[in-house]
Design a protein around this ligand. Sequence first.
Ligand code: SF4
Length: 341
Amino acid sequence: MKIALQGLLPDELRELCAAAGESAFRGQQLWQWVQAKGVTRWEDIRNLPGKLKETLARTHTVEPLKMLKESSSSGGTRKWLMELDDGETIETVLIPARTWTTICLSTQVGCKMGCAFCASGQSGFVRHLSAGEIVAQFQLVAAFAGRRPDNVVYMGMGEPLDNYDDVLKSIRLLNHPEGLNIGARRITISTSGIIPGIRKLATEGLQVELSVSLHAPNRELRRQLMPIENKYSLPDLIDACRDYTRQTKRFVTFEYTLIQGVNDSPAMARELARLLRPFPCRVNLIPLSPVEEFAGEAPPRAAIEAFQRIVEQHGVSVTLRASKGQDADAACGQLRRRQAR
Ligand code: SF4
């Protein structure tokens, strides 16, 4: 497969141009086109010699993704199915808020983690995305939406910390001051709980936000919902998150998908609060988005609010994420599964 130019840092582009017999300055021009201007077609790169473009195009691409399909929700969420160079597909979502937009990026084709309520988890793992394929999602969505997303969340298809090196490189690219210059605090990495990845991330000197999916307040239930619990246990995960906060001075957000009759009881709200109270963090409650492959439902509004109240009363900060985009197949992996069928 060709290497996506969106995944190369300025030094790497300079070296690439030098290896093709051109001055390093051409690499700087290429960086401007690919990162600052966000071109996604060779013909839009105008001030490079045609011969250099021809040479580079043998091994590299500026078009690692093609838009296949868009679905929109009444709330304004837009979701795109994109095709990669090898014919595989991924999903990218753009979520509007009052005055900003958030893009949700995929990091793998499929996912190994097998969470019970996730269409991506049910489809199995195919491959990692390269840093270029991750950054190109941002560039392509910005071009289609007609505006640059303000925030970036790594919460699409795949487990970001299972593709650590390419995800980290994509963050350094998005954050680069001479490129897209997305502030690190506007970038959130979400993980199902890969402890070595959390510990490594804490040492990177980045100010990115960390979000950890819990979905259960105890090991028994978490094991049923998230097979990763068999490898990285809840107590060890909480320890790693506490260390992360200590080292980075950044609060961790714990994602908790509420499923009626499964993890939404008052007793579980108290158990969750007891688990998290000892250190500063936030809980983000998310009513379940319906997935064909999972029989669960979101609890009624009153039960969600009662759960939120109990956790708050026990001294843990809680937000309730509005469920957006259900008519846009917004739950992770749904659009891709439908297309595959
Ligand atoms: S929820 Fe995230 S980690 Fe779990 S299977 Fe889906 S994509 Fe993977």
